[in-house]
Design a protein around this ligand. Sequence first.
Ligand code: MG
Length: 304
Amino acid sequence: MTAHPVDSENTSRALASLRGLAVGDALGSQFFVPSNYQALQNGGLPPGVWQWTDDTEMACSVLAVLAAHGRIDQDALAMSFAEHHDFDRGYGPAVNRMLRLIRQEGADWRELAAGLFNGQGSWGNGAAMRVAPLGAWYAGDAEQATHQAEISAYTTHQHREAVVGAMAVAAMAALVADPDGPKDPSALLGAVLDLVPTSAVKAGIRRARDMLDYADVATVAAVLGCGRRTSAHDTVPFALWSAARHLDDYQQAFWTTAKAGGDVDTTCAIVGGIIAARPTGQPPAEWLERTEPLPLWVAAPAEA
Ligand SMILES: [Mg+2]
């Protein structure tokens, strides 16, 4: 697969969001390395190159498909997920199996995704974790971002909660990336609520909005969940709460999100991708340097 020619503003915005997502994922996943844990709890950075996980690998496919097709093409997206699937990147067992069957046996993603969990589809946070760059791509058109996110979710996650989780993250990133979007955190979450259908995710976001003035992250995480069950409804409301409270401050957003515990690489990937959707929310340069580079096959920036 060749790199896609890229010169649009959409792509540079989405790439900035993707870098923010990758840093959050890579540094967040360091919390699962026992020797790093204490230093991280005290705000210290772990040594070495921080490797990103499935969150970033799948987000790269989302962006590559947008760059190639100008929208989400489900077959192309499922194929890209399968082609680039690296077993060692921390995928959940169901998605691991599904992507292997598509890649090695030419299986049909529609059948596999629909058949997961006795035909209910997965309600995991995997469709939400990869989709913030799509929202950044559609800055200023949160409705289209929500629609394309819904389409993108179905390739792997067909349970309603997983789909709405992806819609909410993309809507939030599109609103954050829009210079004319809502400025106030409560108005921002209100705008997301207007774009997503009734669901546990939506109820959670409503609760997250009610808790915006509540600073104790452990209590907020205990109420909203922080990905311990790796479900969309146990992940997305908390991530949106954290992002809304720390717009324009990537570092603070990261530490707050990570210290809650739970599915740290994914909550930090979602928050990082949303915050970095606008120029004032970029991760520190040192963090970017310490993070494993993005793969070459993702859309390359125009200046490269
Ligand atoms: Mg991960």
